[in-house]
Design a protein around this ligand. Structure first.
Ligand code: PRP
Ligand code: URA
Length: 213
């Protein structure tokens, strides 16, 4: 597993605003949207391209465009991953979008999958998996297992914050069995006894969309 920490002043600034308990939901959503654009530069660094001929107002020339096949896929993990979807899909407009709905039981930290709308086959395709938080790593591992099962060639997990414990667990789970890169804006100190990232930003889903039971 490859790990890319996007250490850029703009990313650090926006992440700090995001962490602030006084940042309300509309501002939080806007910051997440801005952050995903910045992370997308790293996340899409190895995306496949091809050469085409175009005509500028001056003359014919060759240019580079994104290859449309095999079609990349973006998969947000509901709910909080939805916050990253708009930005990522604007960066990669040709991508198809699949959905995984997952909920972490806050007592056991076990993952329940309540929605699965993925393309039938991911053979040969690159999947951008979106979730703001990689805490224990349970949700990411469960999601990657679905993607692996469908034959995904490359998986890029795009996260805002990760805990060292979660990164280690994901890395140990998959080793070199799959081409996996984690792109993250920040790696925090640790998990607390409730499985929350410290210092973190709290519950990403609640901060994006409000508290639900
Ligand atoms: C949060 C978060 C991740 C998961 C991370 O989702 O968005 O999906 O927890 O924790 P883990 O690494 O320990 O699995 P949650 O289950 O709270 O659902 P939500 O997005 O609907 O709020
Ligand atoms: N899920 C969140 O939303 N935040 C955390 O810190 C851990 C899991």
């Amino acid at each position: 597993m490859k790990e890319i920490i996007v250490s850029h002043p703009l990313v650090k600034h926006k992440l700090t605003m995001l962490r602030d308990v006084n940042t309300d939901s509309p501002k939080f959503r806007a910051l997440v949207d801005e952050l995903v654009y910045l992370l997308a530069f790293e996340a899409t660094r190895d995306v496949e391209t091809e050469q085409i001929e175009i005509t500028t107002p001056i003359q014919k020339t060759m240019g580079t465009v994104l290859k449309s096949t095999p079609t990349p896929v973006i998969v947000p993990i509901l709910r909080a991953g939805l916050g990253l979807l708009q930005g990522m899909s604007q960066v990669l407009p040709t991508a198809e979008i699949g959905f995984l709905g997952m909920r972490r039981d806050e007592d056991t930290l076990e993952i329940e999958t309540y929605a699965n709308r993925l393309p039938k086959s991911l053979v040969g395709r690159t999947v951008f998996l979106l979730d703001p938080m990689l805490a224990t790593g349970g949700s990411t591992i469960a999601a990657i297992n679905f993607l692996k099962e469908l034959g995904a060639k490359t998986i890029v997990s795009v996260n805002l914050l990760a805990a060292p414990e979660g990164l280690k667990r994901v890395s140990e789970e998959f080793g070199d069995s799959i081409d996996l890169t984690v792109v993250v804006a920040g790696v925090d100190e640790k998990l607390n006894e409730n499985g929350y990232i410290v210092p973190g930003l709290g519950d990403a889903g609640d901060r994006l969309y409000g508290v639900v039971d």
